[in-house]
Design a protein around this ligand. Structure first.
Ligand code: NAP
Length: 501
């Protein structure tokens, strides 16, 4: 059987013209737009609620914004970027990369901006869509590419609205507020808080970092690529040799093995490097103890930083580990009664990681709603499909691999899988495809059992990896297993319905 997606070189036997709607024009939606066009799908619309592409990289613009995945590994495999200026890609360069790719592959023509999908319902074999603007559309296939971390989580600190200075979430940075010479409090010590503190040290008159749970910090180099290097990287062979893409994937696999087995050599190596970084980088023993985490490294998403420990030791920077009592008109009051007077408070307090495409209301076959299926927690077979939601496929949906590696790579593998489902629909072999209930139920049991063996579960911390039951929601196996699963669907796990039969 030849197919559009699986064997592009063979004779095309497909007849059905599918109309495909993609929700979201971030990295994953752009990928879908490229791959659908490449496959010859003619009727594609990508709906984007904002007025620009970019997702995470559009919404996050905070000072110091960087991706901790090495630049050359944070690209589409089919569109490398010789022009990265640094070893770790700055947020603005990532946004520019996606804008360039969107234009180069003609994806911009497919996007309708300022259209927020509010409802999708499967009726009479098609997805019927409603938008906040009043616009309506329908599609044979609906692809959700709405991202993972995009609903800011605001802390429940009393008095936040009383603050007379400027207060904003890291993902809603107010660029009209001057920073130099100001007294700034940053709440939160995830990757975001650490990057912001590193960028603002030396600029603020006073920089207070409010840390409830200290984090392990993995040292990383973030040098510049020279002009000569960038010129040389235009040759794909030079780039391949310099970056060793296959070797990097082996490292990603070892990293995921370390999460599964904290006694593995990889886990021990990472733990030793974090410990050495703390011991050698922080000279004041009191500060060092305040910065020492009590949980195991990798329990939370590991923080890679070239300069946080240096930043927090600069004059004007202060670590505050005393718990926050409340926010008042002039600053933050800690439990010891001290009032910390501030001009700006930044909430680097993370995101609601369980929202995915919600608050969009999605109703599948026979009136089955997403809210019912996800009543206890978000779930999807192999992170891609759900029973009773035919022809609805997710990129970076729940239970997929999320960690210190490239989500672009993850989405490409997922597309390889989804493409094969679309092949069946286009060839007319099936009119409706989704996983069976049994397949999802078994996946859930296996996934939950495996999740409870990971360091995310038993490492002594709380993190956004955990669902409402305290079970890690991310892919709990090795990266290599994910890659293997994405090679080809197990058709016995799929319900393929033909309307003709
Ligand atoms: P996060 O990892 O969820 O961290 C949130 C921080 O806010 C934690 O330190 C948390 O403390 C703190 N916090 C929350 N509520 C608080 C309260 N009421 N009082 C005091 N502290 C409070 O969020 P994030 O740093 O934005 O990162 C989210 C994810 O985005 C990352 O894990 C990563 O996946 C992604 N990210 C990636 C990069 C990158 O370089 N690739 C950069 C930035 C972000 P507790 O730990 O005590 O809960």
């Amino acid at each position: 059987m030849s197919g559009f997606f699986t064997d592009p070189g063979e004779i095309i036997v497909s007849q059905r013209n599918l109309k495909v709607v993609v929700i979201g024009a971030g990295m994953a939606g752009i990928l879908a737009g490229i791959k659908l066009q490449e496959a010859g799908v003619k009727d594609i619309t990508i709906y984007e609620k904002a007025d620009r592409i970019g997702g995470t990289w559009r919404e996050n613009t905070y000072p110091g914004l960087t991706c901790d995945v090495p630049s050359h590994h944070y690209t589409f495999t089919f569109e490398r970027n010789p022009d990265w200026t640094r070893h770790l890609p700055p947020g603005a360069e990532i946004q520019a990369y996606f804008e360039k790719v969107t234009a180069k592959y003609g994806v911009d023509r497919l996007i309708r901006f300022n259209e927020e999908a509010t409802r999708a319902e499967y009726r009479e074999g098609r997805w019927q869509l409603d938008f906040a603007s009043g616009h309506a559309d329908s599609a044979d296939v609906l692809i959700s590419a709405t991202g993972v971390l995009h609903h800011p989580s605001y802390p429940d600190i009393p008095g936040m609205s009383d603050f007379q200075g400027n207060l904003f979430h890291s993902a809603r940075w107010d660029h009209s507020v001057p920073l130099d010479g100001k007294r700034i409090g940053v709440i939160g010590t995830g990757s975001t808080g650490v990057q912001i503190v590193s960028a603002l040290a030396g600029r603020a008159a006073l920089l207070e970092h409010y840390v409830r749970t200290p984090q392990w910090i993995m040292p990383v180099e973030n040098g510049f690529f020279s002009e000569e290097q960038r010129a040389a990287f235009r040759d794909p062979e030079v780039l391949e040799k310099a970056m060793d893409f296959a070797g990097y994937n082996a490292k990603v696999d070892a990293y995921t093995q370390a999460i599964i087995d904290d006694q593995s050599e990889g886990a021990k190596g990472l733990a030793a490097a974090c410990l050495q970084n703390l011991e050698e980088s922080v000279s004041d023993p009191v500060l060092r103890e305040k910065l020492r985490p009590t949980h195991k490294p990798l329990c939370k998403r590991l923080i890679f930083s070239p300069d946080y420990y240096q930043a927090i030791q600069r004059p004007g920077a202060e670590l505050v580990t005393e718990a926050i009592d409340c926010i008042e008109a002039s600053g933050i009051r800690t439990r010891d009664g001290q009032l910390h007077e501030l001009d700006i408070i930044v909430l680097a307090t993370g995101f609601h990681a369980d929202a995915f495409m919600r608050p969009m209301q999605i109703t599948g076959r026979n009136g089955t709603t997403l809210e019912t299926v996800w009543a206890d927690h978000p779930k999807a077979y192999l992170a891609i499909t759900m029973p009773d939601f035919p022809n609805f496929f997710m990129l970076n949906g729940p239970n997929g691999p999320v960690g210190n590696f490239s989500l672009i790579d993850i989405a490409e593998h997922q597309w390889h899988y989804i493409g094969q489902l679309l092949d069946r629909l286009r060839s007319g072999e099936a009119d409706e495809i989704c996983c069976t209930r049994q397949a999802l139920a078994k996946f859930e049991v296996d996934r939950t059992e495996a999740a409870k063996k990971t360091v995310w579960f038993h490492g002594g911390c709380h993190s956004w990896y955990l669902d409402s039951r305290g079970v890690p929601a991310s892919w709990p196996w090795a990266y290599s297993r994910f890659v293997k699963e994405m090679e080809a669907p197990r058709w016995e796990d799929m319900e393929c319905v033909s309307h003709a039969s």
